[in-house]
Design a protein around this ligand. Structure first.
Ligand SMILES: Nc1ncnc2c1ncn2[C@@H]1O[C@H](COP(=O)(O)OP(=O)(O)OP(=O)(O)O)[C@@H](O)[C@H]1O
Ligand SMILES: [Mg+2]
Length: 262
């Protein structure tokens, strides 16, 4: 093989590696110790290409949140390999993990807002992490307004509805324009219109900034935004396929049973 061909191949390999935001290989995860040790993730291998929106579905207790928190470097990988934004995170120090987390926006099942702070202050706090003191008010106002909370900037979480709180949490995750967004049922507390607005915003972000999104959802109203759907059952990746193929191979009844009666 000629030298140039080898170089080209290496270039190609590097390019491919550069286009993957998250690469998971043979990942196993266990909760508990000794006799109580229980495996919850089994031999997970998965690539999330940059700029894609991947939706993860699966029954309650199948390990979705666990996988999301591992990718988000909020939990330590015990076995296997996990590369996030081109960096192997297995074996990183705490301070290195914090750096990785700065590029990630989290939207959790429970929104974790600070009750004593207003919507604006909750979002500003996220901007402060990037030391962007001068712009924090403008950025927080802009994103909250875009999410329909322009009239609620100075409300505290206790005076907001469930859906509004969820939107503040989403604003907080998006305000620093992260490269990777991990969202755990982000539309669960939202009505149809606001749920759609949120996913449209996520979709725009993915398009405009090449941002990658992994979203856990049981919400069939938003499946159409996915480039790919991944199904986790009993800690195992059952399918990893395009939306078209997913719809083709799962008749609606079965889809409902799998995803909504959980
Ligand atoms: N901190 C923990 N300690 C021990 N077991 C846990 C812990 N967190 C989760 N589990 C168990 O691990 C399994 C996977 O839980 P996980 O929260 O990842 O599921 P999930 O797919 O997100 O479920 P849901 O759709 O209900 O949110 C479950 O059996 C759960 O009981
Ligand atoms: Mg969960």
């Amino acid at each position: 093989m000629s030298a140039s061909l080898i170089t080209n191949r290496l270039d190609f390999a590097e390019e491919t590696a550069g286009s993957i935001a998250v690469q998971i290989r043979n990942l196993n995860y266990f909760y508990g110790q000794g006799d109580l040790r229980k495996q919850v993730l089994f031999d997970i291998s998965l690539d999330l290409p940059k700029g894609q929106i991947v939706i993860m579905t699966g029954p309650s207790g199948s390990g979705k949140t666990t996988l999301l928190t591992l990718i988000g470097a909020l939990r330590t990988v015990q076995d296997g390999s996990l590369k996030v934004l081109e960096q192997e995170i297995v074996g990183l120090s705490k301070s290195e993990l914090v750096k990785v987390r700065r590029n990630i926006g989290f939207i959790f099942q429970a929104h974790n807002l600070f009750d004593s702070l207003t919507a604006m202050q909750n979002v500003e706090m996220a901007v402060e992490l990037t030391q962007n003191w001068r712009e924090k008010r403008r950025l927080a106002t802009e994103i909250l307004t875009r999410l329909g909370l322009g009239e609620r900037l100075n409300y505290k979480p206790n005076s907001l509805s469930g859906g509004q709180k969820q939107r503040v949490a989403i604003a907080r995750a998006l305000v620093n324009r992260p490269t990777l967004i991990l969202a755990d049922e982000p539309t669960a507390a939202l009505d149809k219109a606001s749920g759609r607005e949120v996913v449209t915003l996520l979709q725009q972000l993915a398009k405009e900034q090449g941002c990658t999104i992994l979203m856990v959802t049981h919400d069939n109203r938003i499946l159409d935004v996915a480039d790919r759907i991944v199904n986790l059952v009993d800690g195992r990746l059952e399918s990893d396929e395009s939306l078209d193929r997913f719809v083709e191979t799962h008749d609606p009844k079965r889809l409902d049973q799998k995803m909504f009666i959980l």
